[in-house]
Ligand binder design. Sequence first.
Ligand code: FEO
Length: 389
Amino acid sequence: MVKITDTIKYIGVDDKDIDLFESQYVVPEGISYNSYLILDEKNTLMDTVDARCIDEWVGKLKAELGDKKLDYVVVSHVEPDHAGGIATVVELYPDVTLVGNAKTFQMLQQFFDYSIDGWNKLVVKEGDELNIGSHTLTFMLAPMVHWPEVMISYEKSEKVLFSADGFGKFGALELTADDDWACEARRYYFNIVGKYGMPVQTLLKKAAALDIAVICPLHGPVLNENLGYYIDTYNTWSSYTPENKGVLVAYASIHGNTAKAAEKLGELLREKGVEKVVVSDLAREDMAEVIEDAFRYDRMILCAASYDAGVFPCMQKFLNHLQAKAYQKRIVGLVENGSWAPSAAKTMRQILETMKDVEIVEPVVTIKSVMKASDIPALEELAGVIAGK
Ligand code: FEO
C-alpha cells in the first residue's frame, strides 16, 4: 500500500497485462494509473483511472471513502488513461462537482455522445485556490504536458504537488518497487512528452516557486525524498541537454552486413576511450528504448542499408520519430551501405538537416555490400572524430 499522508490516500491501480501502452509502447512491467483521495471536510478525488481497471479502482475508492460523501473530482488530464472513470464517478456520486479548466470540459465532452451540461462543474483558472477544509489546492495550468488541458495542483498544507503526467514512468508499482526511477521515466518522458520541452520548462519554473515535500504523478511511484534529483533530471531532459557523455550506434541492417560495421564502430569507439557506447538494432529492439538513448547521449552514429533509393525503413521510422520529438543539440556520424547506388546517407542527412543544432561530422562512410579490411581506415577515422567531440 502506497502511503502518502494520513489524509491523502493512494487509490491507483496497476495494469499488469496491457499489451501496448497507448497502442505503441511495450510495457513488460505494466503501468500504474494513479489516483488519489484527499479526506477532509470536502472529500476530493484527484483523477480517476483507465477504464481497463475501473472495477478494482471503484473498490479502492469505496473502501477509503466508506459512507462519506464525495464532493470534488479534480480532472488534471482528460486522456482516457486518467479520465476513464469520470462517468462512473458521476454515476456513483451524482452530486459530485468536477473541477477543471475551460479546456478540460471542452475536451471531456468530446469523449461522450451525450451532453455533460447537467454535471456539476467548477471551472478554475491559473492560480485559483480551492479550500476543502484543512487542505487547500492551488491550480496551475500546464498546457502540452502532455495535452492542452493539463493542469497541476499544489496542496499547501502538506506540500504535495499533483504533477499529472510529469515525473511519471512506465511500470506497475507492485512489479517495480526496487527499480531505478530514471530508466523507465526517461523512456516515458522522451517518447510521450519529449516534443514539449518548452512547456515542461515553464512548468518547472512554476514548481521552483513552491515548497514541495511530495510529488504525486499520474503514473509510477510517489516521490517523497531527494526531490532535487528528479527536478534537475527533468530540467536536463526538457532542455534537450544530453544527460551523459556517450555514443549511441543505431543500425538498420538487412542481411547483417551493416550490423557488422556498426559493431566494429562500437569496438573502435570503446578502444578510443568513449565513456559509454550503446549499439542498437533498429529492426529488432524496442524503438522507444533507442529513442531514449538518442536523447540520453551527446553523440550518435547511424549505420543504414540503402533501400528503394532511400534508407532501410526502420531507420526512416527512427529518424521520423526523432524529428517529431524535437531531437536537437547533438553530434551525428553517418555510415551507409549500398550494393549498387548507395542512397542511405543522403536520405538520413535530409531528415537530420531539418533538426535544430544537429552537427553531421565527416567522413560519411560508404560500404559496398560487406565491410572489408579496406573500409576499416574510414570507420576508424569516423570513430576518431566522434570520440574527439
Ligand atoms: Fe498518462 Fe497523457 O496520459
